[in-house]
Design a protein around this ligand. Structure first.
Ligand SMILES: O=C1O[C@H](COP(=O)(O)O)[C@@H](O)[C@H](O)[C@H]1O
Length: 221
């Protein structure tokens, strides 16, 4: 891990901790929505070290692969191993999978579960893939239009470029958050973001759905 990426993760953790503290001054419970993938690990570790009233903080994911909790591909596993540690273990983590065999079968139950969280979210931390996807809003998802337009919190997603079926928060539900932050590393992702900023076809680069939230961009080389 480069020093720049580590520093960025620490800066992002500071901004998120400040946002959570500020909202906790005004309300009993707050919600933090995080992303999975490889980028957030140092951010999770930095945030977990903050002295926050974690028992008043709900945490969930922007999206999840429909895999077992202990799968190497599980975003929930990533959160449990790197964020819900030490004092942060007292946070209320709500995963996006169930015992159902498919996300289509499980989405109603998981939707009911997430409605008990402290919406609107204080912060949504988005990641972005090299194809411009964010959460599980992929350019080649069959359900992309639905996920971009749905009034429902969650959408089951099938994506030819991805090995597993997934579940994702809809763009509408993510838009409701008080703050949106994008966490990305590397020149490739900077180029994708530059392309996104230079056009308006959301279906081609779904990150565009969030560029005007406004979106605070955390990038390191
Ligand atoms: O599949 C996913 O990818 C994106 C980006 O992941 P990264 O490994 O390039 O950091 C992530 O934001 C999303 O939550 C995850 O499910």
């Amino acid at each position: 891990m480069s020093q720049a990426r580590q520093q960025l993760a620490v800066q992002l953790a500071e901004a998120v901790a400040e946002a959570l503290r500020s909202d906790l001054d005004a309300q009993q419970r707050v919600l933090l929505v995080v992303s999975g993938g490889s980028t957030p690990v140092p951010f999770f570790q930095a945030l977990a070290a903050y002295d926050l009233p974690w028992s008043r903080i709900d945490v969930t994911l922007a999206d999840e692969r429909w895999v077992a909790d202990d799968s190497p591909d599980s975003n929930a596993r990533l959160v449990r191993e790197h964020l819900l540690q030490g004092p942060a273990a007292a946070a209320n983590f709500v995963a996006l999978t169930s015992a159902a065999g498919t996300p289509e079968q499980g989405v109603a139950d998981v939707s009911e579960r997430v409605e008990s969280l402290a919406w609107p979210a204080s912060v949504v931390i988005l990641g972005m893939g090299g194809d411009g996807h964010t959460a599980s809003l992929f350019p080649d998802s069959r359900e992309l239009d639905l996920a971009l337009s749905s009034d429902e919190p969650l959408v089951a997603v099938r994506t030819p470029s991805q090995p597993q079926p997934r579940i994702t928060f809809s763009a509408g539900r993510l838009h409701q958050a008080r703050r949106h932050m994008l966490h990305i590393n590397g020149d490739d992702k900077r180029s994708v973001l530059a392309a996104a900023l230079g056009g308006d076809d959301v279906r081609a680069l779904p990150i565009r759905a969030f560029l005007a939230c406004p979106l605070a961009i955390y990038w390191a080389p």
